[in-house]
Design a protein around this ligand. Structure first.
Ligand SMILES: C[S@@+](CC[C@H](N)C(=O)[O-])C[C@H]1O[C@@H](n2cnc3c(N)ncnc32)[C@H](O)[C@@H]1O
Length: 166
């Protein structure tokens, strides 16, 4: 059964017990729409509102630290989490995740072409997705994520094609 809870993640302890979650996938606000919106209306669903909850980067990182700490509490010992973030905040997100005690397993590059280009900067073409675990003993279903690829090897005068995964 799928249960959808449409509430602030800070209310999640009402619904989610400690060490009960196998996997989190988080696509949080990126704080890229500018400063605090004085007429904040989180229920409107407008990006301008939910991405402008903070007056400074420090406020944003403190807020991020708080939900990541909750996530750490709620994750099973063998669980894992994926956290999306743009390049501007990616380094600080890694630091916060490490400070809380997550093991950083990988930084996945999500190739993503969105928005228009700029005449004064390179266009952003990717986002980061941090893959983290709570302990060294975690579930990773490698067979579910294998992607077949061909490897062309030259051995002596022979061409050998190997099929490999990951
Ligand atoms: C980058 S968007 C993610 C969009 C989502 N992946 C989608 O496809 O709709 C960030 C989301 O975080 C939500 N958000 C902001 N503050 C939140 C909070 N305290 N608890 C839970 N979600 C929140 C916003 O409403 C927004 O939908």
């Amino acid at each position: 059964m799928i249960k959808c809870i449409n509430e602030s993640c800070f209310n999640s302890p009402k619904y989610i017990q400690k060490e009960s979650v196998d996997l989190f996938f988080c696509d949080p606000p990126y704080f890229i729409s500018g400063g605090k919106n004085k007429n904040l209306d989180l229920s409107s669903g407008s990006r301008k509102d939910w991405d402008r909850q903070w007056s400074s980067k420090k406020d944003f990182y403190d807020w991020t630290h708080e939900w990541m700490r909750l996530m750490h509490d709620q994750l099973k010992l063998n669980g894992s989490a994926y956290i999306c973030i743009c390049w501007e905040h990616s380094g600080n997100f890694k630091k916060i995740l490490e400070d809380i005690g997550f093991n950083i397993k990988n930084r996945i590059t999500w190739k993503r072409d969105k928005g228009r280009g700029s005449s004064t900067n390179w266009k952003s073409m990717h986002e980061d997705v941090w893959f983290v675990t709570k302990s060294k003993d975690y579930v990773f279903n490698v067979n579910e994520v294998m992607v077949e690829k061909k490897l062309l090897l030259h051995i002596g005068m022979k061409k050998v094609i190997l099929k490999t995964g990951s």
